[in-house]
Every structure is written in C-alpha cells, then in structure tokens.
Design a protein around this ligand. Structure first.
Ligand SMILES: Nc1ncnc2c1ncn2[C@@H]1O[C@H](COP(=O)(O)OP(=O)(O)OP(=O)(O)O)[C@@H](O)[C@H]1O
Ligand SMILES: [Mg+2]
Length: 458
C-alpha cells in the first residue's frame, strides 16, 4: 500500500483529514513539525505529501514550510508534495510550485477536492515509477533481443519467430521495406545460432557488377579469365561454418539464380574456371525489399529458388504500422545518440511528439535514426523540437508525409489533444499548474481533459 504523509501543525486539521481520508487506499502518516516530518519522510518514503507551509517555530510565515519542501525533494525528487496555504497566500503557493511542489491547495480544506488532487498525485507517481522501470526494461530488452527494439504485436511476433528458428539451419527470407531492419534481423539470427562463432558474410546481390558476381560468390581459379592472376576464394567459401547473408536477393540476375539454386541443393560449389567440387557448410539468410511473389509472376525471379530460400519468411512491417513503437525507438535512439555526441538532450517537445506519431516514415527506422541524429546535433535545449526533426520545412499538411489515416476531424482533434496533454504533463513532470500554463488552459479545464481522455485516476 502507498504512503501518504500529512504535515500540519493544527491538530484540528489533522483530525479532520485523518477521518476524511480514512477510506482511501493509502496508509496515513501524520506530522506536526518539520524535524518529525522529515524523519517520517525518510523512513516510509511516501509517494505523496500534503504540506502546510506555516509550520512552527515560525507558523506565521512560510519559511519552515519551504525549508521542509526543499529537504524532502532533495531526499526524494520523485515525491509529489502538495502544499497547503492560507487563503491569501497566492504568492507563496506559486513560489512553492517553482521550488518543485506538485500542486497547491488553499485552506479551508474542501475534502472532495483534496481527495481528487491526492489520487491524481498518486496516479502520476505510479506512472512515473513505471516509466523509469520501463525505460530500464526497454534497454535491457533491446540487449536481450540483439538490439531489436519493438513492442507492437507484429514485432513481438518477429522476435518470437527469430528465437524459434535461429538455432536451426533452415534458410530464412527476411522481407520488408527499405530501412525496416532486415540486416539487423539477419545479424540477430546469426548471433542466436550455433554458428555465432563462425563468420557472417554479406553479399549485396544488387551492388556487384553482373560480370563479377559469379567470381565474387564462388571464387575463381588462377587463369580463369584475364586478370585472374591467382586462385581466389569466393564469399560462399569464406562463409563456411557461418552464415551467408544474401542481401537484395530479388536483384540477382536470372542466370545466377540458377547457379545459386544448384549450390543450395548440393551444398557444393565450383570456382570459376575450376572443375573440383568444393563442399561448403553455410546457413543462408536472404533479404528483399521487393515483393518476391510479384517478381515470380513477372518472370524475374525463379519460383524454385524462392522455395529453397523462403522456407521461413520473416516479414518486417513498415514503421507506420507499428503502433507505439515509434516512441519507443525514438527514446532508444535519442538516449544512444545524445550519449554518443555528448549532448544533454533528454526528451521531445509536445509538437515533436505529435510529429513523430503522425509522420508516415517512408524511410522507416533508418529515417527515424537519421532525423534524430540531425535533431540532436541541432538541438539548443534539452528537448528536441518538431523543427529540429525537420517536420516543418515544407509547410505542413499532407505534402510532407503526415497522415491522419481515415480519422474524422473530431477524432484527429481528440488524438492531438490527448497527445499534447500527455506530452505537457510529461514535460512538466505531472505538474498540473505548469502543464496547463504551457498549454494555455485553466487548471479546471486541464482536470476536465484529463478525465475526458482517461488519464486520471484509475
Ligand atoms: N527494431 C529496431 N530496433 C533498433 N534499431 C533498428 C531496428 N530496426 C532497424 N534498426 C536500425 O535502423 C537502421 C536500418 O536498419 P537495417 O540496415 O537493418 O535496415 P534494412 O531493412 O536492411 O534497410 P535496407 O532495405 O535499406 O537495406 C540500422 O541502423 C538498424 O540498426
Ligand atoms: Mg539492408
């Protein structure tokens, strides 16, 4: 059970609160003096504190209250301290917020209102704790998953499948748009296989001139052609004992597809200009960003080769279809890139969060990584802005890749409203006063919106 600490020098108030809050789901602790309050605070580490600012020995000023607030936040910055002030002490209340108080409350005490504020404070406290735990967990999970970050159902399926097939020797075809992480997945498969100590050799089938591919793949004997001054091993032979990664397999010329198929059937190669059969022991992982079924229909890809390499197909969805992962990936890259560049950038401004979420990411994860690298380089504050991410260059609207899908205007508005509130609360660490000020709305409106979007008490 959570702990609530109530600090007030007035016994009547304490009694009123003790009865008024007795039915709530937290354990109450009471204190009447600063030293006592700090002792309890250190001992039970309350998530939420209500703190009367006028405490003895200077009960008529806020001096002791401010001191107590500062000490508490020094001990535990995550605690939510709600200050309680007299009716005419607006200045003190605002000063307390500046010092890091979560919210303020004026005497005389309205119990209903106070209950809502306290519940809200506990709720945020719990979310923040979850977030910190989750951040650590996300990094740990990325490590467990060979650096593949993703929590959406499709990506969890991908990770699960990698876990199942990596250790076997079955050939795997990884498909997905450009920048979706095909090579990363190929590396994960290699790292998760029994061949992990062997080599992983990559061949980009689309990047080698056609007349050189064969010798590149299979090697050549001395004198096989002009310029072949010595015998050279091909990449397939180099990969023996490990994994052969055939990138852009859809671009392999048809005559070489035949040769590759023969090799896959027999697991022996002949160097160009040679006669000897050389056995090789490799595991094949291929990748493609073109639709192989369409290529087969068009006659540019051999169906029999497809059956050989595509025993298991791992499809990587485009980033725009990975619900929730953009944010996860953005946090992951931001942390890594900021550390790498030694810049103190720790989060995203509200407009940047909206941009990340609504942009359509044609270049997928590679584009996200590149935009973040640029943004971190440009960032002048601790929060990356939408402009730094390059979202505002072509004047907004649909032309720069934003997509609101088939939402109605009302749904789109609600979506942006919710995202901005979440972002403002996150930026101001759950502080309602600061968050509502930043959004230009009143505190009651803020509470209404929090309730409307289900961000309030559970
Ligand atoms: N889920 C992910 N988690 C973390 N990083 C990722 C993820 N997916 C991709 N990346 C990173 O994004 C970049 C692009 O990934 P990768 O090169 O694997 O994509 P690809 O599909 O092979 O792209 P292309 O088709 O352009 O060759 C790499 O830096 C990679 O580490
Ligand atoms: Mg690639």
């Amino acid at each position: 059970m959570e702990n609530l600490l109530i600090v007030d020098d007035n016994e009547d108030v304490l009694t009123q609160l003790k009865w008024g809050l007795a039915s709530e789901l937290y354990t109450l602790h009471l204190a009447t003096r600063v030293d006592q309050a700090l002792e309890v605070f250190g001992k039970v580490s309350p998530g939420v504190v209500t703190l009367d600012l006028g405490l003895p020995p200077h009960a008529d000023t806020s001096e002791e209250g401010f001191r107590c607030l500062a000490e508490m936040l020094k001990i535990n910055p995550a605690a939510k301290v709600i200050v309680v002030t007299g009716n005419d002490e607006r200045e003190n209340a605002l000063q307390a917020i500046k010092l890091g108080a979560f919210d303020f409350f004026r005497k005389p005490i309205d119990l209903d209102e106070l209950r809502v504020i306290i519940r809200r404070a506990f709720h945020l406290h719990a979310i923040e704790r979850e977030n910190t735990e989750q951040k650590g967990a996300a990094e740990a999970a990325a490590m467990d998953n060979y650096g593949i970050v993703g929590a959406c159902p499709a990506m969890r399926g991908v990770l699960n499948l990698i876990g199942k097939v990596a250790a076997s020797d079955v050939p795997i075809l990884v498909s997905g748009e450009s920048g979706t992480g095909k090579e990363l997945v190929a590396r994960a498969i290699h790292a998760g296989s029994l061949r992990r100590k062997g080599p992983m050799v990559c061949i980009n089938c689309g990047a080698i001139p056609e007349n050189l591919i064969e010798s590149e793949l299979f090697g050549h004997e001395k004198g096989a052609f002009t310029g072949a001054v010595s015998t050279v091993q091909g990449k397939v032979e180099y990969a023996s004992g490990g994994t052969l990664f055939l990138d852009e397999i859809g671009e392999l010329p048809v005559n070489l597809q035949v040769k590759l198929l023969r090799f896959l059937q027999e697991m022996v190669i002949q160097r160009v200009g040679g006669r000897k059969d050389i056995p090789v022991n490799v595991r094949i992982v291929a990748a493609t960003n073109i639709d192989i079924a369409a290529a087969i229909a068009a006659g540019t890809f051999r169906e029999d080769l497809y059956y050989r390499i595509g025993v298991v197909n791992i499809h990587l969805p485009p980033l725009r279809e990975r619900e929730g992962d953009v944010h996860l990936l953005a946090d992951y890259f931001l942390g890594r890139i900021a550390a790498e560049l030694g810049k103190n950038v720790s989060g995203f401004s509200p407009d940047a969060l909206v941009g990340l979420e609504t942009y359509s990411w044609p270049g997928n994860i590679r584009e996200l990584e590149n935009r973040l690298r640029r943004a971190v380089l440009l960032a002048d504050s601790s929060l990356v802005t939408s402009a730094e991410l390059g979202f505002e260059e072509n004047g907004g609207g649909q032309h720069n890749g934003f997509s609101f899908g088939d939402r109605t205007l009302k749904e789109a508005r609600a979506m942006v409203e919710k995202k901005m509130i979440v972002a403002a609360l996150a930026k101001h660490e759950g502080n309602i006063v600061k968050a509502s000020e930043a959004l230009g709305i009143s505190r009651p409106t803020m509470y209404d919106l929090i309730r409307k979007h289900g961000l309030g008490e559970r």
